[in-house]
Write a protein that binds this ligand. Structure first.
Ligand SMILES: Nc1ncnc2c1ncn2[C@@H]1O[C@H](COP(=O)(O)OP(=O)(O)OP(=O)(O)O)[C@@H](O)[C@H]1O
Ligand SMILES: [Mg+2]
Length: 501
């Protein structure tokens, strides 16, 4: 062991019923190092980190921390040792404030009872947030924050323990480029202070910017550890998926139908949206690009009646329709795949079958309202195969699936339902490169079968690869619609920032 080694895991195995999540995996971390773990959805990254942070017990294996054998038997013990984790699925209390969430469990205790000294908490949170240069109000309720801001709260919370090891499980999946840069700054500060950072991400282009080494896992097995300066993204990808994946494609040029299936005219809402109009054609993929907060999700939500419109009309195949609620939207054949799977997309304590067909219960229930599980089961098994959802069976609880596989369940849910218009909000967030490819193929297939797709995405390469036309929003307004052949990242960014200085 060198003196700079902070941590080493060897021979770690972990089995869940029907799933060998980890098989004889090893991993080590040095002081002042950022060490990435990459791998496809379900490869075992989060499981390994949950073992290290005391959430799961390992079946076999050794953990040496600061030169000593340790047995991290609980999250509490991990914290005492100085190991903290930012979870992939955010773990905050929506009804508590930012400050309360950061310091949860560590409030002042006086006179034998829990006593929350809010002014002290708020002050401590304010100082910490200032130190990390995060713009957050300590007193705001976390449930009112965007996912990106919640992510920031998680980051602040993990740093507040002042430990030696900080594990970040996909911290940037919902962050904008600017927010990501702010996080990288924090990581560099931690690194300079001699801390060790474990960094999990599906955004492989980040690895070059921030990591020193990269460990690749595949199907629960250790594949290889690479020195970042000596490797390349294509090498990492081929180790991850065992094949080459072409990341930079443009869509095959398909003749665009003139048939307008959806016409949106002058939609405004209470807060952000101002007079948004566009049309969507049969078999078209219409990409929606823009910076975070441009109003794309708000537009989708007001289209499907989840949020009230203050003005505007919606026409389906030329006829005006009134959509007052998401169930109205589904009735007229518009499905919305939410960006926040935990809040709107899935019931985590139900199994895959339930989640996938829940959204189309009338089609699968008999007259008494009971689920006819048999045909449903085979449809769900098909979807599992089509989307390569990694699970022992369709009866697995969704909470037991890896993050990316949960996202695929949300997609499966909408695919089994017969909607002619599908709105996908960040469909590949948290999804590995190989599976992204499958999802792209699937969306293209749906479009070629005549479905019309609105795809909201913050990833410009994805927008350029998938969209027939690209609608760009900025501050609640639609600033342009560009044909794919005329579009590039620069042009999109110009429209996306048109109303900014
Ligand atoms: N509590 C659990 N019960 C049953 N199976 C589980 C549990 N936790 C994880 N698994 C399974 O272990 C495997 C590894 O999951 P893990 O969450 O570690 O993947 P991951 O590499 O983090 O993937 P992702 O990129 O999608 O987050 C998956 O097949 C998952 O379904
Ligand atoms: Mg994970």
């Amino acid at each position: 062991m060198t003196t700079t080694q902070l941590l080493s895991l060897t021979g770690v195995s972990k089995e869940f019923p029907g799933v060998k999540a980890l098989n004889n995996v090893h991993f080590d971390l040095n002081k002042g190092e950022v060490h990435a773990i990459v791998g496809e959805n379900g490869a075992g990254k989060s499981t390994l980190m949950k073992i290290l942070s005391g959430i799961y017990k390992k079946d076999t294996g050794n953990i040496v921390y600061q030169g000593n054998n340790v047995n991290v038997s609980s999250p509490n013990e991990a914290q005492k040792l100085g190991i903290s984790i930012i979870h992939q699925e955010l773990n905050l209390m929506p009804d508590l404030t930012v400050a309360q969430n950061i310091f949860i469990g560590r409030e002042d205790r006086r006179k034998g009872r829990v006593f929350l000294d809010d002014s002290k908490l708020n002050k401590a949170a304010k100082d910490l947030l200032a130190e990390l240069e995060l713009v957050l109000d300590p007193k705001q309720k976390v449930g009112e924050l965007t996912i990106a801001k919640q992510q920031m709260v998680e980051i602040a919370k993990a740093v507040s323990y002042r430990g030696e090891v900080i594990i970040m499980d996909e911290p940037t999946s919902s962050l904008t480029p600017a927010e990501t840069d702010a996080l990288f700054k924090i990581i560099r500060t931690l690194k300079a202070a001699g801390k060790g950072v474990v960094y999990i991400s599906h955004r492989l282009e980040e690895l070059n910017k921030i990591t020193d080494r990269i460990t690749v896992l595949r199907d629960g097995e250790y594949v290889k550890t690479l020195n970042t300066p000596e490797t390349s993204i294509p090498e990492v990808i081929s180790l991850m998926v065992g094949r080459e994946v072409n990341q930079d494609q443009r869509p095959e040029v398909r003749p665009l139908s003139n048939e307008v299936v959806l016409r949106v005219e002058g939609i405004s809402d209470l807060n952000l949206l101002r007079d948004v109009s566009f049309d969507l054609r049969k078999g078209e993929i219409l990409g929606f690009a823009g910076l975070m907060g441009a109003g794309r999700t708000e537009l989708a939500r007001s289209l499907i009646g989840a949020d009230p419109k203050t003005a505007g009309k919606i026409y389906l195949n030329g006829k005006e329709v009134k959509i007052k609620s998401p169930s109205d939207a589904v009735k007229v054949g518009i499905g919305y795949l939410s960006e926040d799977r935990k809040k709107y997309g899935l019931l985590l304590i139900q199994n895959i079958t339930f989640n996938v067909i829940l959204s189309s219960i009338p089609a699968f229930s008999n007259r008494l309202g009971f689920l006819k599980t048999k045909p449903a089961g085979s449809i769900v098994r098909d979807a599992i195969k089509q989307l390569s959802i990694r699970t022992p069976s369709e009866n697995q609880y969704v909470k037991n699936l890896s993050g990316g596989n949960q996202q695929k369940v949300v997609i499966a849910k909408w695919l089994t339902r017969d909607c002619n218009i599908l709105i996908f909000d960040e469909p590949t967030r948290g999804i590995d490169v190989g599976a992204k490819d499958e999802i792209y193929r699937l969306l293209t297939k749906l479009a070629s079968e005549g479905k019309s797709i609105i795809m909201i995405s913050s990833e410009l390469p994805e927008i350029l690869r998938m969209s027939d036309r690209i609608a760009v929003m900025c501050e609640g307004k639609l600033t342009g619609i560009i044909d794919n052949k005329d579009a590039d990242q620069n042009k999109i960014m110009q429209y996306a920032t048109k109303f900014r200085d």
